[in-house]
Write a protein that binds this ligand. Structure first.
Ligand code: AHR
Length: 503
């Protein structure tokens, strides 16, 4: 049997916000230290930034970077991270039982973003775990106020004459999670988020603020949390956050391959909750979604290790250094498809994280940097997933999963560039053993040739890229796709991520 759908330029989901291709740098493990920052490395520049990693970040096409956490931010003292490096204190990082040296801080982060390129935007989080309103506005004043006050002049004295101009701010991190330092109830957090937002807006009404939603759809407080928080903060924030991580559990690969079913329902349920609160408040405003942590993460493995061997406050330990397989990359591609399919409401998303820590880019201290399997779907989606998402309503053969019941073998989306008229189809075949024939009807689309069919798949679904074999898995050209009289016919390889570009 065959999978099929129709693409029509008149039927669209919405425009892709460039911020959908964000990522995340947390002070965690080796994301910062020996990841992006390693003075003394042969490829380090004068600021200690690894230029080999900077190049890969540019190739990845990251548009926004969330910083400095994550769980780390709930103990973050921003003032420790600025000023002369030699005078910065060493602190216990409670979230990751590590020692934070503060050799890399806010100013270094902004300089790092500038080196990525003019399009790279900061998404700064404030600490609403151990801190609150006063410190959030102090950080904002230090970062964004031009000059002439104690805090803004302090920034200038530290060598940053130009204000950082940070528009996008997270009001804390995962405050619904009992693991979070300073964890709060929805009522407590909703009030704090609202008051912090109000104070920050007294400095700058144009800021874009993200309230914490749920740490996953499985949280016991899910949906009630969002409703309570937004009842307090609806008029004061622009986005609510979503976080989700997926992994294969007990060898159930079929359910793992269907992870995007959960991601899509999570998005739809948050949209429904936000709009319910909006309706109750008789508000015309629509809250947008910031999916600011998403990925495949073998979290159970990490938790078991952390319980067995609690860390003794090391500096930049090897933590959460998952090596991603071809199977992981196919699931990951499917998560990207889920985000694109909801581009009308998901206007910010951050892949957690960027380097070494559950990351598309890996490094060895003193050694090379390389691309994980997941690097490729992200880079391709960021490069070609720009424009307007077309409404894809596919018919597809299905398969049975323990976690989600009957699930379509095909997961797909398509993005059209309105300027050039080119169309890119992103598609995943979840079938582990058989190719999936796909037929796409293209009425009204001015395309006549296949520019490229790129495939990520492998005879070994567990193949990975490693230090020893960094290019073991790379995308290859697909064979046999045909575009004739407005119909695309292609066979999607078993367990594959596909990018089909039409012009
Ligand atoms: O990305 C790793 C961690 O996952 C983050 O610190 C936290 O926000 C989430 O639980």
């Amino acid at each position: 049997s065959i999978a099929r759908f129709t693409l029509d330029p008149a039927f669209t989901v919405g425009e892709v916000n460039a911020r959908l291709f964000g990522s995340f740098v947390e002070h965690l493990g080796r994301c910062v230290y020996t990841g992006i920052h390693e003075p003394g490395h042969p490829a380090a520049d004068e600021a200690g930034l690894r230029t080999d990693v900077l190049e890969l970040i540019r190739e990845l096409g990251v548009t926004v970077i969330r910083y400095p956490g994550g769980n780390f931010v709930s103990g973050y003292r921003w003032e420790d991270s600025v000023g002369p490096v030699g005078e910065r204190p060493r602190r216990l990082d409670l979230a990751w039982r590590s020692t934070e040296t503060n050799r890399f801080g806010l100013s270094e982060f902004i300089a790092f973003l500038k080196k990525i390129g003019p399009h790279a935007e900061p998404m700064m989080a404030v600490n609403l775990g151990t801190r609150g309103v006063a410190d959030a506005v102090r950080l904002l004043e230090y970062a964004n106020h031009p000059a002439g006050t104690e805090l803004s002049d302090r920034r200038v004295a530290h060598g940053d004459e130009e204000p950082f101009g940070i528009r996008l701010w997270c009001l804390g991190n995962e405050m619904d999670g009992p693991w979070q330092t300073g964890h709060k109830t929805a009522e407590e957090y909703g009030r704090l988020a609202a008051e912090t937002a109000r104070a920050m807006r007294q400095i700058d009404g144009g800021l874009e603020l993200v309230a914490c939603g749920s740490s996953s759809q499985a949280m016991p407080t899910f949906a009630a949390w969002e409703a309570t928080v937004l009842t307090e903060a609806y008029d004061l924030v622009d986005h609510v956050s979503l976080h989700a991580y997926y992994e294969e559990v007990d060898g159930d690969r079929d359910s793992f391959l269907a992870s995007a079913v959960d991601m899509e329902s999570f998005i739809e349920n948050v949209v429904a909750t936000c709009d319910h609160v909006g309706a109750r408040l008789k508000s015309k405003k629509r809250i947008q979604l910031s999916f600011d942590e998403w990925n495949v993460w073998y979290q159970r493995r990490f938790q078991a290790e952390a319980e067995e061997n609690p860390l003794d406050w090391p500096e930049a330990p090897r933590l959460l250094e998952d090596q991603y397989s071809v199977t992981d990359a196919v699931v990951f591609g499917s998560l990207l498809i889920a985000l694109l399919r909801h581009a009308d409401r998901v206007t910010v998303a951050c892949l957690a994280q960027l380097v070494n820590v559950i990351a598309p880019i890996m490094t060895e201290p003193g050694g090379p940097a390389w691309r994980q399997t997941t690097f490729y779907p992200f880079a391709q989606a960021s490069r070609y997933g720009r424009g307007v998402v077309l409404d894809v309503r596919a018919e597809s053969p299905t398969y049975r999963t323990a976690a989600y019941g009957e699930v379509p073998l095909l997961h797909a989306t398509a993005v059209r560039d309105p300027q050039s008229g080119t169309v890119t189809v992103f598609a995943v075949n979840r079938d582990r053993s058989r190719p999936l024939p796909l037929r796409v009807a293209l009425p009204g689309l001015d395309v006549s040739r296949i520019v490229e069919h790129s495939v990520l798949s492998d005879a070994d679904p567990d193949a990975r890229n490693t230090l020893a074999e960094p290019d073991r898995v790379v995308p290859h050209a697909g064979h046999g796709a045909r575009l004739d009289a407005g119909t695309l016919d292609v066979a999607l390889e078993p367990l594959s991520w596909n990018v089909i570009r039409l012009a």
